[in-house]
Design a protein around this ligand. Structure first.
Ligand SMILES: [Zn+2]
Length: 212
């Protein structure tokens, strides 16, 4: 599998980071060949031509965001992709170097290659169905845990690939930006990375099957 494929929107800015990722992915062909070769990495400048949706709006997603099963009729009918969108503007504002950009891309790939198996959210309907007692605090806590574990597992993928220090640096640069959010969650993530905690499940985020 090659991250740079026919769908790649060329970007000089990300060139070196992409090259590093390709080198890492080539070391483990078994894992990566099991996934459909459908990656898009798009810098912010390319977004308006592809989507008018709110999939990506400003700073709230940090440096990048991954949307799996993103429908792309521009390419062909029934075409679903793992869409990785890098916000070049924010990366530039934070002054990320090539290695930190690589860590950012690896984190996004971690959302595809090392998924956290989400706990079911005990919503009111869920509790009625399962005949359990509803508890609003528990519902909120489970949502929050799913969210942070999702990030931890994406980070583990970066650690596994030897970019933990660069990831920490990129996260610290993000928190220094005026508009940065999620400071508490980022502090917890840095702690986990520094501890060297790393769990690799290898659970792939599957794409929807192509329907003729
Ligand atoms: Zn993430």
């Amino acid at each position: 599998m090659n991250l740079v494929n026919k769908n790649w929107q060329s970007s000089k800015y990300l060139h070196n980071a992409i090259e590093s990722i390709n080198t890492l992915l080539e070391k483990d062909p078994d894992l990566y060949s099991s996934l459909r070769n459908l990656f898009f990495v798009i810098t912010s400048a390319d977004i308006p031509s592809l989507t008018n949706q709110t999939i990506y709006n400003s700073s709230s997603n940090g440096f990048a965001v991954t949307e799996s099963n993103y429908y792309m009729p521009e390419v062909s009918k029934n075409y679903f992709v793992h869409l990785i969108i890098v916000n070049q503007q924010i990366c530039e504002q934070a002054n990320l170097d090539d290695e930190e950009l690589t860590a950012v891309l690896l984190h996004e790939l971690g959302h595809v290659f090392n998924m956290y198996k989400q706990e079911p959210i005990p919503t009111l309907i869920y509790c009625l169905k399962t005949n359990t007692t509803y508890n609003a605090d528990l519902e909120a806590k489970t949502k929050e845990e799913n969210s942070i574990y999702n990030e931890y597992y994406a980070d583990y993928f970066v650690v596994k690939n030897g970019y933990s220090q660069q990831l920490i640096k990129s996260l610290k640069k993000y928190t220094n930006l005026d508009f940065a959010i999620n400071h508490d969650q980022i502090a917890k993530r840095i702690q986990m990375i520094q501890n060297g905690d790393c769990e690799f499940t290898g659970i792939l985020k599957e794409l929807k099957p192509m329907v003729k």
